[in-house]
Design a binder for this molecule. Structure first.
Ligand SMILES: Cc1cc2nc3c(=O)[nH]c(=O)nc-3n(C[C@H](O)[C@H](O)[C@H](O)COP(=O)(O)OP(=O)(O)OC[C@H]3O[C@@H](n4cnc5c(N)ncnc54)[C@H](O)[C@@H]3O)c2cc1C
Length: 459
């Protein structure tokens, strides 16, 4: 008797950083896999600044050489700035006091990745990337390692009815389907399987909105204190509630600039994207001046409504990886690195499932546990940060905690169920919430989150 074989062992939906790295991990291990990508690469994408934990994935996939050849700017660290006048300055009081020169030290903190050694990371920097180039390179790498890649193919449905799922799509006017032993959803914020299976839970707290574009000739010296900081990511805080700007080097002369705010701030302003961007930037006169002296390279793009979680990250014969599984505010530049590391953890469970021919939800449990641990830590870190900005600068400035905070900023969030520094931060937030006389009480942000809601209610 001849048993019919599925067309592939694994089918991956989406060819961004999650799908490209998943295809590469699986193909490198000899798995018969296919990646479906609805766009024709290269295509632009938001999310250009990496954190160092991504280096482990590049090393595993023998991809570091290609990253170097591509000449992406090296990212040695990060800096946060705030205007040194007015109420917002208060948020930085008690923060790191550096012996800065032109820039008021109370409104400026920075970190360097080389301050803390990381297992499995052999250099002091990571990269900022032009995503159209980076995503294409990674997908081609997966293809070279042996993954089949179909670009311009949008998956329409996954039929879990038969024993082996069928992935359905159109090729030209023809409806087609292929079978695989399991499906990995890497479709990003499109959350293909999350939608199909109704797993998505919208974040009730983080309702952020971003407007961004690239500028040519923006003078990055404006905020760098030393030449070695020219290629740092800069986060500039605005004196508008929960609003900040990213400054990410793309090439020597091109810089990505984006304003992130709460959606309600944008809606309230009743302005179009362009007006809102320039008015927000106008609250930081030096930034505005330098941007006005440079050339805006393309119209503004926006991204909205982007925080959510999923009820489950895997099930019988499927897994959700990267943004398809979870997305939270990008304040600490985490998304791409989480996507890459998700593949790093998930592919091990996939290999085991293939070996044992057991594709039940339980076989993917390690992945789900590890990912949930990491994303919970990220989420809490971001939440503490939005609730009380001053804590971040306070902890970065305190030698007792600086390296523990740096560990989170490097992307090492998966090994600790409850990092002690996060616990300490959460306790301090609760203390400030419960004590209206605390000097920081008036600095509490209005973004409360579930983790702290109980404490907030007891005030
Ligand atoms: C405003 C903003 C700023 C950000 N800044 C940063 C940052 O500085 N650093 C950082 O690391 N991250 C940042 N991120 C997050 C980052 O963009 C994502 O986390 C990252 O792109 C996730 O990779 P992914 O592969 O999971 O998804 P994606 O990169 O979105 O890739 C998903 C792919 O799936 C394809 N696809 C979707 N549906 C289908 C379908 N039905 N069939 C076939 N293909 C499909 C899409 O075309 C896409 O190419 C930011 C995000 C936002 C919104």
């Amino acid at each position: 008797m001849v048993l019919s074989k599925p067309d592939f062992d694994v089918a991956v939906i989406g060819g961004g950083p999650a799908g490209g790295s998943m295809g590469a991990y699986l193909a490198k291990a000899g798995v018969n896999c296919v990646v479906f990508e609805r766009e024709l690469f290269p295509r632009p994408h938001v999310g250009e600044s990496l954190v160092p934990s991504s280096m482990r994935v590049f090393r595993d996939l023998d991809f570091v050489g290609q990253m170097e050849e591509a000449k992406f700017p090296h990212k040695y660290g990060a800096a946060w700035t705030a205007e040194d006048q007015g109420a917002y300055e208060m948020n930085f009081k008690g923060g790191f006091k550096d012996s800065g020169d032109e820039i008021n030290p109370e409104s400026y903190v920075d970190i360097r990745f080389n301050e803390r050694e990381q297992d499995g990371v052999d250099r002091e920097y990571t990269y900022h990337v032009d995503r159209s180039k980076f995503d294409l390179m990674l997908l081609q790498h997966a293809n070279k390692l042996g993954a089949a890649v179909y670009e311009g193919v949008k998956v329409k449905e996954v039929d879990f009815g038969p024993k082996e799922p069928i992935i359905r799509f159109n090729m030209g006017s023809k409806e087609m389907g292929v079978s695989a032993k399991m499906v990995i959803d890497c479709s990003g914020r499109n959350t293909f399987l999350g939608n199909q299976m109704k797993l998505k839970i919208k974040d009730p707290v983080f309702d952020q909105y971003a407007i961004h574009t690239w500028f040519d000739g923006y003078d990055r010296r404006a905020f760098a204190k030393k030449d070695s900081q020219l290629d740092f990511i800069f986060i500039h805080f605005l004196p508008i509630s929960n609003t900040w700007i990213w400054q990410i080097p793309i090439t020597d002369s091109v810089t990505s600039i984006g304003v992130v705010t709460q959606k309600k701030n944008f809606a309230k302003s009743r302005q179009d994207r362009e007006q809102f961007f320039w008015e927000a930037v106008g609250t930081r006169p030096l930034l505005r001046e330098k941007l006005k002296q440079s050339d805006q390279m393309s119209p503004f793009k926006d991204e909205g409504d982007y925080s959510y979680a999923m009820k489950q990250l895997c099930g019988d014969r499927f897994m959700l990886v990267g943004d398809a599984g979870r997305f939270v505010d990008p304040i600490f530049s985490t998304g791409v690195s989480i996507a890459l590391n998700s593949s790093r953890f998930a592919h091990k469970n996939v290999l085991r499932a293939l070996e044992s021919n057991n594709f039940s939800r339980e076989s993917f449990a390690d992945y789900e546990t590890t990912l949930r641990r990491g994303t919970k830590n990220w989420y809490e870190f971001i939440s503490v940060y939005y609730r009380l900005n001053v804590l971040f600068t306070y902890f970065v400035g305190d030698p007792r905690y600086r390296l523990d905070v740096l560990k989170l900023l490097q992307g090492d969030v998966y090994d600790d169920a409850a990092p002690p520094v996060l616990d300490k931060m959460k306790k301090m937030v609760a203390e400030v919430e419960q004590n209206p006389k605390h000097p920081w009480h008036k600095l509490l942000g209005d973004m409360t989150v579930d983790a702290f809601r109980q404490a907030a209610n007891t005030v």
